[in-house]
Design a protein around this ligand. Structure first.
Ligand code: BGC
Length: 749
């Protein structure tokens, strides 16, 4: 296209192009940029499968009763559409762009998709472990690499904007979306969120491998009342600032291009119409410069669920007035917002603010120059060898060994020649987790397939269950138990199912919240029955949220938490079971014994454990930061560079770690800090840093942590943020358990 206007001239600075284009746009064209629709293929499928009511409830499928695909296509040609989501192929993306380029000003579309752990909403892509497993790796560099590769797989298929990272702090295992978070600790969540953003948004914030990231959901979606998605979030200002906001601050500091607001209300005001949240906190206090997107039909829900607006138009007003920039998704917004400006309720200047930011992103993405993708390249980029390798590396580092009595693991393939492999997650795509469509079989290594691949000399006997945990049959359980006695060992793969394409039957993932966190269906019975046969049993869990498997932890000799390990998760699991890979992951979230312990997290306040439960055990089943290895690490004595510092000073804590076992292994060294006495109550300890190190047998490495004022600061009794004088305890070790930590004190004067 020859540059007729400034905005069409790639040599002009982005700011100038934006202003030029904005100056040429009608009100209608501007509001169109703030509005989004689901992709055509998605729309056609949804219209066929669900009712309009179901769609509104967020069944993750969308269509528009009065706006069939042909009409949306026409509107796109007229410049009435700025964005699509869930566009599932390069061909569809190109087609939609070709429509937009017929509009008066030829403004390309921005395509959004939930590429949460790989570009999983598209078939044929690399699926990496879900975020809870990524967090378990304590390896931000690998998460950054994964995100960059995902950006390449997105751009190859014509999408430019990912709705990730989910940086909500997850303290309630009943909530179905725990698997798409980085767990319970604000520091770890922040590190992983930042790594994700860096991977998607390259340094220059521009170009062909640049993808807009989206920190979500602001705020408290992870702690809805009773664990039910979208339910109210009532929180003190202190907890909001100490626990839930820091990851958003970190993401804003890392340059997050977009932020998505949460379904829920914050202390009585829906997040989608919350000016305090969007404007005072996010923009003014945190310094966010990008654009805010609404979550799926959540502006509409201010009318029919939150009931703070009598009409949809009022809801749109409330949201845009509060700071919303882009509406996900559907036709009403466009018409109502135009009317609101024409009636003088919203100013055009307010609309310009949003449109400016959206256009700027489109220029940075290079869409005016290159709106189309080369369909011939898709197969070279999707699920290529390099991406597979990263998915495998990440899976290897994300699987947590929770129990290994008498060193049953790694399995000795000379001793265990005949192995029964069973359980509903043994041989299907539940290992891919939420935000993934069913993938071509050839692209997925299930756990059963992984075992066969890794130890072809062992006879693995499979007893299948099908994927549906809810409809497990007693006969199948009996059959598996009956087979156990003819085998030397049993590997039973149980857990949960987050397959979103089985929306009504899955037990985990988005909108699959639970009031207990036990094993669903007949899984517990299966494990107990197998155990009772007297053959050694290894339990592998595939799940997106902590499960209260107390009986298993007490009885079964070996327990592996695989989370949802992705495309090559079966291979990684098998390699760990047979010792080709030494497990190194640590829990990014506490595992409760029982749902009645919720909330249970490691950074609790001292009084939380003042009294014990009258019945049952008050300790968690497994602690945050915990995870075993096939080797042993010895921690030396900790040294502090100073015993006294000023409020603006810092201390270096150093410690020697030696591999005293016989295998090479990685250790995640964790630094926790306690503020011994403080004007407002503080957690017993808080993670403030970590380091993943690799050690050969006999090798020693020194790890140093620099304890700077930001690691000591908090909101005091008067809500002033800073360092208070007094003593602090530094803990360094292999988990958050007191027994696993070395400690030293220093004083701030
Ligand atoms: C989820 C969002 C997601 C959006 C688009 C919503 O239901 O809450 O996290 O980005 O759907 O798929």
């Amino acid at each position: 296209m020859s540059a007729q206007y400034i905005y069409q001239d790639a040599k002009q600075p982005v700011e100038k192009r934006v202003e030029d284009l904005l100056g040429r746009m009608s009100l209608e064209e501007k509001v169109a940029q703030m509005n989004q629709y689901v992709g055509l293929e998605h729309m056609k499928k949804a219209a066929f499968e669900i009712s309009p009511e179901e769609m509104k409830k967020s069944h993750a499928m969308g269509f528009y009763a009065d706006y069939p695909p042909a009409k949306i296509e026409e509107m796109t040609k007229q410049g009435m559409v700025g964005s699509f989501l869930h566009v599932v192929s390069a061909e569809e993306a190109n087609y939609l762009q070709s429509l937009a380029l017929q509009s008066r000003l030829k403004i390309p579309l921005i395509m959004g998709i939930d590429a949460v752990h790989g570009n999983g909403m598209v078939r044929g892509t690399t699926i990496y472990p879900t975020c809870i497993g990524q967090a378990a790796s304590f390896n931000p560099a690998l998460v950054e690499k994964m995100s960059h590769e995902t950006a390449l797989e997105m751009r190859a298929t014509g999408t430019h904007w990912t709705f990730t990272p989910n940086v909500e702090v997850a303290r309630d295992a009943r909530w179905g979306r725990v698997g798409e978070t980085f767990g319970e600790d604000p520091f770890l969540v922040s590190k992983m969120g930042v790594a994700t953003i860096k991977g998607f948004q390259n340094e220059s914030n521009a170009g062909a491998d640049f993808v807009l990231a989206c920190a979500k959901h602001l705020i408290g979606g992870s702690q809805p009342l009773n664990g039910v998605n979208g339910a109210p979030f009532d929180v003190s200002e202190r907890t909001m600032r100490e626990v839930f906001l820091p990851p958003f601050q970190a993401c804003v500091d890392a340059g997050a291009a977009t932020v998505m607001t949460a379904h829920n209300e914050l202390n009585g005001i829906p997040c989608h119409g919350n000016k305090y949240l969007m404007d005072d906190i996010l923009r003014k206090e945190l310094g966010f410069k990008g654009f805010i997107v609404s979550d799926w039909m959540d502006i509409e829900r201010m009318q029919d669920y939150h009931k703070v607006s009598e009409t949809l138009k009022d809801a749109f007003f409330l949201s845009v007035d509060a700071g919303m920039d882009l509406h996900m998704h559907g036709p009403d917004f466009y018409f109502d917002v135009i009317k609101l400006v024409q009636e003088g309720k919203l100013t055009e200047a307010r609309i310009n603010e949003s449109v400016r930011k959206i256009l700027e992103s489109k220029f940075r993405l290079g869409l005016f120059e290159n709106p189309y993708v080369n369909v011939a390249n898709v197969n070279k980029i999707l699920y290529n060898k390099n991406h597979q390798q990263t998915a495998l590396d990440l899976a290897r580092q994300s699987i947590v060994l929770l129990k290994n009595e008498n060193n049953l693991l790694p399995l000795d393939s000379k001793k265990y020649k005949k192995v029964l492999v069973t359980g509903p997650n043994a041989n299907n795509q539940s290992i891919l987790g939420d935000w993934a469509l069913e993938q071509p079989e050839a692209n997925v290594v299930t756990i059963y397939q992984g075992l066969k691949q890794v130890r072809p000399d062992v006879k693995f006997n499979l007893c299948e269950f099908g994927w549906n945990l809810r409809t497990m049959k007693q006969e199948q359980v009996d059959k598996a138990i009956g087979m156990a006695k003819d085998n030397d060992l049993v590997i039973v793969v149980v857990g949960e199912n987050s397959m979103r394409y089985q929306w009504k039957d899955k037990t985990c993932g988005e909108n699959s919240d639970r009031y207990d966190i036990n094993l669903v269906g007949l899984q517990q019975e299966l494990v107990e029955g197998l155990y009772n046969m007297g053959v050694p049993v290894v339990v592998v869990l595939v799940n997106g949220r902590p499960l209260s498997t107390e009986w298993i932890a007490n009885n079964v000799p070996a327990l592996l938490e695989a989370w949802e390990p992705g495309s090559l998760g079966g291979q990684a699991t098998a390699e760990i079971l047979f010792g080709d890979v030494n497990p190194s992951a640590k829990l990014p979230i506490t595992i409760p014994r029982h749902s009645g312990q919720i909330q249970t997290y490691y950074n609790y306040k001292f009084t939380s454990k003042w009294f014990k439960y009258a019945t049952g055990n008050s300790t968690p089943l497994f602690d945050f930061g915990y995870g075993l290895s096939y080797t042993s690490f010895k921690y030396g004595e900790m040294k502090l560079s100073a015993k006294e510092i000023a409020k603006d000073g810092s201390v270096v804590a150093s410690i020697d770690i030696t591999n005293i076992g016989k295998k090479q292994g990685d250790e995640v060294v964790q630094l926790y800090i306690t503020d011994n006495y403080s004007s407002a109550t503080r957690p017993v300890k808080e993670l403030k840093d970590f380091a993943r190190i690799s050690l050969n047998p006999g090798e020693t490495k020194t790890v140093e942590f620099n304890i700077t004022p930001d690691k000591l600061s908090y909101y005091d009794a008067k809500m002033n943020y800073g360092v208070e004088a007094g003593a602090f305890t530094v803990h360094i070790g292999s988990s958050s358990r007191t027994a696993d930590l070395k400690k030293e004190e220093f004083i701030v004067r």
